[in-house]
Design a protein around this ligand. Sequence first.
Ligand SMILES: Cc1cc2nc3c(=O)[nH]c(=O)nc-3n(C[C@H](O)[C@H](O)[C@H](O)COP(=O)(O)OP(=O)(O)OC[C@H]3O[C@@H](n4cnc5c(N)ncnc54)[C@H](O)[C@@H]3O)c2cc1C
Ligand SMILES: NC(=O)c1ccc[n+]([C@@H]2O[C@H](COP(=O)([O-])OP(=O)(O)OC[C@H]3O[C@@H](n4cnc5c(N)ncnc54)[C@H](O)[C@@H]3O)[C@@H](O)[C@H]2O)c1
Length: 444
Amino acid sequence: MMTDYNFDVLYLGAGHGTFDGAIPLAAAGKKVGIIESGLIGGTCPNRGCNAKITLDVPVALQRTVERMQGVVSGDLKINWPALIAQKNAVIEPLPDFIEGLLTDAGAKLIHGHGQLTDAHTVTVDGNPYTADKIVIATGLRPNHLDIPGTEFGHDSTDFMALDQLPARIGIIGSGYISMEFATIAQAAGAEVTVFMHGDKALRRFHQPFVEQLIALMTKRGITFIRNAGVSAFTKSGNTYTVEYGDNDSKTVDWILDATGRIPNIENMGLETVGITTTKHGIPVNDHLQTNVANIYASGDVVDKAQPKLTPTAIFESHYLFELLSGKTDAAIAYPAIPSTVYTSPRLAQVGVSPEDGAAAGHQLVENHLPNDWYRQIDRQTQGENVLVFDAEHHLVGASEISEQAENVINSLLPAVVFGLDQDQMWQLVHIFPSIDAATWGQLK
Ligand SMILES: Cc1cc2nc3c(=O)[nH]c(=O)nc-3n(C[C@H](O)[C@H](O)[C@H](O)COP(=O)(O)OP(=O)(O)OC[C@H]3O[C@@H](n4cnc5c(N)ncnc54)[C@H](O)[C@@H]3O)c2cc1C
Ligand SMILES: NC(=O)c1ccc[n+]([C@@H]2O[C@H](COP(=O)([O-])OP(=O)(O)OC[C@H]3O[C@@H](n4cnc5c(N)ncnc54)[C@H](O)[C@@H]3O)[C@@H](O)[C@H]2O)c1
């Protein structure tokens, strides 16, 4: 018996894990519903990637002006309130813009908190919405340390809404958010202390480059405390104290708790329907199906080995478009997914790491980038990369630390993803002069 559902596909959450695929799915004629409890677009546009990169722009500018002194003159100071206003001007229109893309394609948006009441029904404010297939794409939220005074810690969203930059900032953790926000805050004039959980920062990145980055950030005045063992936050008047180590403490004006992000899997009726969860999110099979056959998961909420980043969410969302529109029934096959830390210099990587490449017996080629004339035009003195080649001399991985690392890794993607040989590489003719021409010069 055919059931008459309200929707063919109903998404929970309106971030990249949803909208990149929901737009073509609705445009292809499927009845698509999207339930969102917060801002349309989710984390990345509103309080993640797009918001953060807007704050980073003057940092890159400041570093260039610093290197080019003599050719140009004068210090470049960052006006924090103006920077936040600029970020707001760029970011605030995005939810309406994305909602427009969705509704123009024919999707119906439902504002409110969704809760599954059975395998085909999601209830919002007491109203049931039924669907043949459901996609859970509810993302992550900031972790808050379970220590006394945790309420005095703030998250990345709070940081990007600060009207005034606090003079002294304590940052707990040394992952992506910590390193990026420490860079921005220091460049804008704050005194920054980073309290590391262990001895390593940015564990997924090439550690010699991470140590270079820590050394450069330290030279600029950022303090790193390794193995800090943060145990409590206390408040006294307008200041806060971070208690750490055996009996140490540091007084600051503002605390950023950047100790990771946890999945949004509670109060959504997942137990009612019997969906399996772990502390990392929702496990799925190779078709992004949860253990309940008509319910799928996409984006950061998925418990997976791939990095929880926007490119991964976009790829999964697009895969679900193809699967649910009947264009494919194949398993998802992830390509190499690149990642970048937007510090100055940046760290970026794709594919096989230098460590795994060495273990596999691959050839590692190390380049000192300032040797290239193109990096000398704006006086870059730092920058290294490691290119990993297999036995047939195909590029299988690359890691870089430099001011343009994200552009270099983007440029190398076709070689890594499609396993290009030398003849094919010569078919890619790059604009000269450009970072791509400089980069591909290392391959040919
Ligand atoms: C500060 C910061 C900077 C970042 N920078 C980068 C970067 O530079 N590059 C990069 O690739 N990635 C970056 N990321 C990660 C990136 O933002 C995420 O990978 C991406 O947003 C994941 O998309 P998603 O759709 O899975 O989840 P989200 O974008 O988090 O969307 C989930 C949505 O679900 C909604 N929701 C949750 N529960 C319910 C419910 N029950 N009912 C209805 N709606 C619900 C939420 O309100 C939210 O809007 C950053 C993240 C942060 C926090
Ligand atoms: N450029 C980017 O692509 C980008 C930028 C920002 C955020 N993100 C995404 O957002 C996610 C969250 O970022 P994040 O920096 O919060 O997480 P993260 O996982 O990158 O780093 C968390 C940090 O907190 C530390 N930590 C964990 N438990 C702790 C404890 N009890 N006490 C002290 N420190 C502790 C970890 O050692 C680690 O250094 C990232 O993993 C990434 O997926 C990506």
